[in-house]
Design a protein around this ligand. Structure first.
Ligand code: SF4
Ligand code: F3S
Length: 104
């Protein structure tokens, strides 16, 4: 499975949802997550994210993101069409540790 990680927060470019063949992205206010039960591990979304926020869950150190994607994909609504990035996307792209302050 693939997971959305820190750098999506406050950027939310949404290019990822356009390419996902199984529409398994879910939308919070400031970030998207992937439903691990629906993701077919195709990897198509990874290079599409301008913020490089999507990673395979086999990478080390992703435990909290694996949990967070699983938890919030059950709570948030499905998103299947690209929309405008958040207005502050450029400013926030690359900022560190966005989870603590800006997750929603
Ligand atoms: Fe969708 Fe494929 Fe990305 Fe999984 S890896 S979220 S199935 S595009
Ligand atoms: Fe987030 Fe990247 Fe998708 S910033 S919304 S994971 S394209």
């Amino acid at each position: 499975t693939y997971v959305v990680t820190d750098n999506c927060i406050k950027c939310k470019y949404t290019d990822c949802v356009e390419v996902c063949p199984v529409d398994c992205f879910y939308e919070g206010e400031n970030m998207l997550v992937i439903n691990p039960d629906e993701c077919i591990d195709c990897g198509v979304c990874e290079p599409e994210c301008p913020a490089e926020a999507i990673l395979p869950d086999t990478e080390p150190g992703l435990e909290k993101w694996i949990e967070l994607n699983a938890e919030y994909s059950e709570k948030w609504p499905n998103i299947t069409e690209k929309k405008d990035a958040l207005p502050e996307a450029e400013e926030f792209d690359g900022k560190k540790n966005k989870l603590e302050e800006y997750f929603s």
